[in-house]
Structure formats: C-alpha cells, structure tokens
Design a protein around this ligand. Structure first.
Ligand code: GRG
Length: 302
C-alpha cells in the first residue's frame, strides 16, 4: 500500500493467510477446481488489504493502550473474512449489470476471465467462505459480536443497500438527491465495511465503550475520506496505478465530483481525514498507524 506506513504485520502475512483460507479440497471435480480458481483469482494477486490491516491495526492500537499482548491469531480470521467479503463485492460490482468494468487490480475482471455466471458464483462462494471462516473461529462472545457487526455492515443496511441505491440512482434524469443523501449512500456502499473493519478490531481486542466509540467514528470518517478520494481518482487517477478504468461517467453515476465538483470533493475528503485524526486525539503513539492510514486515504493514487 505505502511503504512509509508503520505496519504491525507485513502485507505478506495477510496474503499467506488468505491463500490458506482459500485452499479447499475440490476432489475430482474439474468444475469445482475451476470455481476455486475463480475465487482465488478474485482475492489473490492484488489489493491493498486496507480492510484486513484496519482490523489488525485497530486491535493493535487497543492492545497498546491497554498494555496487553497483541496476539495476531486472534484477529487474522476476521481480517481474512473482511477481505473475502470485499473481494466478492468487487467481483459483483464489476459485472455487466453493475459497473460493467473489464479491469480490476490491473488485470481482467473476474467475469472477463471466467465468464459472467462463473463470476457471480465465485462471488457467492467468497461471501459464504467469509462466514465459514468467521464462525469457525468465533470462540468468544467478542468474536460473535464482531461477526454481527460485520454481517450488518455488509448487508442491506450497509454495503449491499448502498450499492442498491447507487444502481438505482445511475442513468436517471430528474433525480432529487442532495449532497447529504449522496454521502449517506457512500457511507453505506463503501464506508460501512471500512468502519466495520475498525470496529471488529476494537471489539476483538476488548476495547472499552469509549475507545470503541472513538474508533467507530474514526472508521466512519476514514470510509468517507476513502470513497471521496475514490471518486476523485475515477476522474483524474491514472489507470496504470488504480488498476481499473474510469466507469462513473460512462455509467452516468451520481458521484461527489459530478454533484459538487472536483475541488469541493477534495476539500470534503480532507475534512473527513481531519475528523478521523481528531477522533484519535487521545490515542497518542498507539494511534500512529491509524493516523497514517487516514492520511493515506486522501493522498493515495491507487
Ligand atoms: C450482491 C449482486 C450483488 C452485488 C453486490 C455490494 C456490492 C455488489 C458492491 C459493493 C460496492 C462497492 C464495490 C463499493 C466500492 C468500494 C471501493 C472504493 C472499492 C475499492 O476498494 P480498494 O481501493 O480496493 O480498497 P483494493 O483492490 O485495493 O482491495
């Protein structure tokens, strides 16, 4: 993602963990082996792993504040589960009936490589695998609470609901949507999963109520900054870096730059980043990486 970020866990550790959870015995079935291949293709070989890192860094920040030992194995399954949900959402988002994107992470999107029906099923497989991983490792009430937060954030009041609004508001004339509604939609579509990643880390590390609330607000602001920057990158980003083509204009999408202009969008993104930093005002050295991630959200080029 960014070499200057002070990671608790190297990106390779997350890649290895994801590779392991995707390993499944497909028996003698050529078709099941192909499904496994499509699922692996969607997850591995790209991606910033922001959501996985947020689980780990939020948990690590709480451990630092509590002066308790950070045990990676307590957080890695949830970090992987979130990346699996995120990967499924990208596969489905790229489909012809959604964003119709041919490229993702610098290579053909899953449906371009494997076919449309195959990509839909690979996405379904990833979503279910995520909950399998979560439930296999849910050995405490904290783990169950985190699983509940994640399932709500990924569902109809979160990511799927936001995507539904986004689809309904595309290619529509006479839309009566204002900026507040647009930002609420983005908070569901993109922000909910990012916020949930932070909250899961907080819950699993047994944050106090006050710490949990501060991290929750930080996650909300981070998600907002991240999506506003995504809107900016869709207009002026370099596809060689973002790994995907600009699709918002072609799809007549309601985005922040389309509604408010590019400069106002950048100002709002910076404001959300500042708010996220303010949420961590009490965290001192323990919040260092989370603060770096907030800065990254608004400066990133990919
Ligand atoms: C259920 C049919 C069906 C579809 C669901 C829920 C959904 C489709 C799509 C989710 C909406 C979505 C894809 C939002 C985009 C969020 C976003 C900014 C993605 C890019 O995240 P990065 O930059 O990606 O972290 P990498 O590749 O780095 O992991």
């Amino acid at each position: 993602m960014n070499n200057n970020i002070h990671w608790r866990v190297s990106p390779e550790v997350i890649e290895d963990a994801l590779r392991k959870v995707l390993l499944r015995d497909t028996g003698n079935s050529r078709e099941l082996a192909q499904l496994a291949e499509a699922m692996e293709y969607a997850v591995l070989g790209g991606g910033k792993r922001l959501r996985a890192q947020l689980v780990i860094e939020a948990a690590g920040a709480v451990c630092d504040l509590h002066k308790s030992t950070f045990v990676l194995e307590e957080y890695l399954p949830t970090a992987c589960a979130i990346e699996l949900i995120h990967a499924y959402s990208l596969v489905h988002d790229d489909l012809p009936s959604m964003d119709n994107s041919d490229m993702r992470r610098g290579r053909p999107s899953c449906h371009k490589k494997f076919g449309e029906a195959q990509a839909i099923l690979a996405g379904d497989g990833l979503l279910n695998l995520a909950y399998e991983v979560l439930l296999q490792n849910a050995k405490s009430t904290f783990a169950l609470q985190a699983a509940k937060v994640l399932s709500q954030a990924a569902g109809r009041i979160g990511m799927v609901g936001g995507q539904y609004e986004d689809i309904c508001w595309s290619n529509t004339s006479n839309l009566q949507i204002d900026a507040a509604q647009l930002l609420e939609m983005q908070a569901r579509k993109t922000g909910a999963l990012i916020r949930a990643a932070v909250e899961c880390g907080a819950i699993l590390a047994e944050a106090t109520n006050e710490q949990h609330q501060q991290l929750r607000q930080y996650g909300e602001n981070l998600g907002k900054a991240f999506q506003l920057r995504d809107d900016v990158l869709d207009v002026e980003g370099d596809p060689a870096l973002t790994g995907k083509e600009s699709t918002d204009h072609a799809n007549d999408k309601l985005t922040a730059p389309a509604m408010l202009g590019l400069e106002k969008t950048k100002i709002l993104a910076q404001r959300a980043c500042d708010d996220a930093l303010a949420n961590l005002a009490d965290w001192g050295e323990a919040g260092k990486t989370l603060r770096q991630l907030a800065e990254f959200a608004v400066t990133r080029n990919k």
